[in-house]
Design a protein around this ligand. Structure first.
Ligand code: ZN
Ligand code: ZN
Length: 182
């Protein structure tokens, strides 16, 4: 029996000889995973930083995390923030919302929950991680951290990353800004 070729198919065959390639910017691996981290962040539940994070090993995405209350606990978006004022003792006083677990810690915890090793991995996040997440990152064996932006409270993170040999890459020199940060 003769195979039927539809009109559309015939047109495809005609144009198939030497198609002109479209100009396409193929993202670098860092751009690729950072874009995924941004998408993950849209699930965040605190508008002071609706950010996401991914952990990657050997160019494979192994875990994701976004900022939010622990599972089953009410979110900032439902009941408001849980603000704390922290006096750093050096003249710096910052206000933080402490209701949420941060994206970086959540990504590490998700990997632990499902038995996936983060050792030797790379972590992609929106800004230089806070001091607490930085300690978790180091102890999770992550060796490279790629951030979209800098963070005003990132001094100690930078110090301990440097001291412990975690490579820190900032994709832009921009500082993350949000309301009521002091
Ligand atoms: Zn909040
Ligand atoms: Zn954090």
């Amino acid at each position: 029996m003769k195979k039927k070729i539809t009109k559309a198919k015939r047109k495809d065959l005609k144009n198939d000889n030497n198609p002109v390639p479209q100009k396409h910017h193929r993202p670098t691996w860092d751009e690729y995973f950072m874009e995924i981290a941004k998408q993950v962040g849209t699930r965040g539940t605190c508008d002071r930083g609706r950010v996401g994070c991914v952990i990657v090993k050997d160019k494979r995405l192994i875990s994701t995390g976004y900022v939010g209350s622990p599972a089953g606990v009410k979110h900032c978006d439902e009941i408001g923030h849980e603000m704390h004022t922290v006096d750093y003792g050096n003249g710096d006083i910052h206000r933080h919302c402490v209701r949420t677990a941060h994206a970086e810690t959540n990504a590490i915890v998700q990997a632990a929950r499902f038995g996936i090793s983060t050792d030797g991995g790379t972590l992609y996040c929106m800004m230089v991680p806070c001091y607490t997440c930085a300690k978790n990152i180091i102890n999770a064996g992550i060796r490279r951290v790629v951030c979209e932006k800098d963070y005003h409270g990132g001094k100690r993170t930078k110090e301990i990353f440097s001291e412990s040999g975690v490579e820190l890459v900032l994709l832009s020199g921009e500082l993350m800004q949000y309301a009521d940060q002091k």
